[in-house]
Design a binder for this molecule. Structure first.
Ligand code: CAA
Ligand code: FAD
Length: 389
């Protein structure tokens, strides 16, 4: 198979992180992934185990219990976990990229002490609640409403599609704080730190999904939920902007996840093509099959190179909003294409659950949908590249 180590330039520290992630995935994730997929089972013990490794605080400062790593190290680890099970990777990606980043950037010292430190150690799992049933791509059209009542906010409404919503101890939710009479669109939304113990917080319907089945996706309902005013994160009216900023991290994470899925499908296809004989020879000997493998490897390598370059630029302080969208767009479309080719190389055996490639294909699809659909990524990129000088 293509030498993964050989094509990624890594520091010694990054190599050690990749080895740790690989070993963790081999012991705690890969052997169980097919069963978790069949049962739609989320394995809660993974949160503590990932926390012990520091994998739930990879980007956070050491003073809050994080590892203080660079983005590339984190994305390399995420790729390894995704190659074993994309469901575990999305839990890790959302946690590291969205709620913890928002708290780290906008939290008060008290909010960080209370929420960020346990999140960094994996004592609490994080979730991010922006989408609603009627507001997905058009995210500033959310309707969930907070009304001020003395030292509290009273919140009513529902959030849809919340990854890890069943087990999250901290949910950063974007909620309207303007009034129906004076709507301020994206400027009328604030970010709140929610915890499941708040009166009026309910976990609703769990989605029965095509793929990513070991990652619970649920509706959260707020019924006159009383939220203390000190749970507001950052400035009133800035929640949408903060969410958009954190999605830049998030989209890099989803790109790494998509690359992990694609790589797993590619590696399975190479192994199978060398084993499977037709016309008296391993099918890997046929140029028609080799061309597919060549294109799969090329696209994966390109997606990863783009991701690492963007991550490195981001760490150096560059604004990479459009590039992050490019990474997510290209990596997710690569994952969909590569997993389709992998099934083709497996022939009929690719279409049944005895082999893992049909799962990779089902898991890959959602990377083109969540954290902004491919069309939304094209909107972000299109606006950036078509703007006049
Ligand atoms: N950084 C800072 N500010 C930003 C920003 C960014 N990255 N993106 C937008 N803004 C600001 C804009 O500058 C604008 O401010 P002004 O009004 O002062 O100019 C304001 O936010 C509104 O922005 P737009 O006018 O661009 O908003 P829009 O209504 O046209 O929508 C959009 C833009 C790109 C389509 C956006 O709504 C979007 O990204 N939609 C997709 C939502 C999404 O990705 N949801 C993911 C949910 S999380 C998830 O899915 C988790 C998971 O998978 C596991
Ligand atoms: P819609 O916005 O209704 O889009 C439908 C179609 O119309 C898409 O093809 C879209 O691209 C297209 N479209 C819409 N507007 C335009 C336009 N202007 N131009 C061109 N095409 C357009 N959200 C969270 O907040 N937190 C989470 O943790 C989370 N986890 C998720 C996990 C899963 C498994 C899934 C499936 C979703 C999750 N989401 C989460 C929600 C996700 O971000 C949304 O599903 C996504 O943003 C798309 O929104 P929508 O489903 O409402 O589709």
């Amino acid at each position: 198979p293509l030498s993964y180590q050989g094509i990624v330039a890594m520091t010694e520290e990054q190599q050690a992180i990749v080895e740790t992630a690989k070993a963790f995935a081999a012991e705690h994730v890969r052997p169980f992934a097919a069963q978790w997929d069949r049962d739609a089972h989320f394995e809660p013990s993974l949160v503590g185990k990932l926390g012990e490794l520091g994998f739930l605080g990879m980007l956070l400062p050491e003073e809050f219990g994080g590892l203080g790593l660079d983005a590339k190290s984190y994305l390399l680890a995420l790729e390894e976990i995704a190659a074993a099970d994309a469901s575990v990777a999305v839990m890790m990606s959302v946690h590291n990229s969205l709620p913890t980043q928002m708290l780290n950037t906008h939290g008060t010292p008290e909010q960080k002490r209370r929420f960020l430190t346990p999140l960094a150690k994996g004592e609490l799992l994080g979730a991010f609640a922006l989408s609603e049933a009627d507001a997905g791509s058009d995210a500033s059209a959310i309707r969930c409403q907070a009304v001020r009542d003395g030292n509290d906010w009273i919140v009513n409404g529902s959030k849809a599609w919340i990854t890890s919503g069943t087990h999250a101890g901290v949910i950063i939710a974007m909620i309207r704080t303007d009034t129906p009479e004076a709507r301020r669109k994206s400027k009328g939304i604030s970010a709140f730190i929610l915890t499941p113990d708040l009166p009026g917080f309910h976990v609703g319907k769990k989605e029965d999904k095509m793929g990513m089945r070991a990652s619970p996706t649920v509706t959260l309902t707020f019924d006159n939920m009383r939220v203390p005013a000190d749970r507001m994160l950052g400035a009133e009216g800035m929640g949408f902007i903060y969410a958009m900023q954190s999605l830049v991290h998030g989209r890099l994470g989803i790109a790494a996840q998509a690359i992990g899925i694609a790589r797993a499908a590619f590696e399975a296809a190479v192994a199978y093509a060398n084993e499977r004989k037709q016309f008296g020879t391993p099918i890997a000997e046929f140029q028609g099959v080799q061309f597919k493998l060549a294109d799969m490897a090329t696209r994966i390598t390109a997606a990863r190179a783009m991701l690492h370059e963007t991550a490195t630029a981001k760490d150096a302080g560059a604004e990479v909003d459009a590039q992050a969208s490019m990474c997510k767009l290209f990596a997710s479309e690569t994952a969909m294409w590569v997993t389709t080719q992998a099934i083709q190389i497996f022939g009929g055996y690719g279409y049944v659950k005895e082999y893992p490639v049909e799962k990779y294909f089902r898991d890959a699809k959602v990377t083109e949908i969540y954290e902004g659909t491919s069309e939304v990524q094209r909107i972000v990129i299109g606006r950036a590249v078509s703007a006049g000088a």
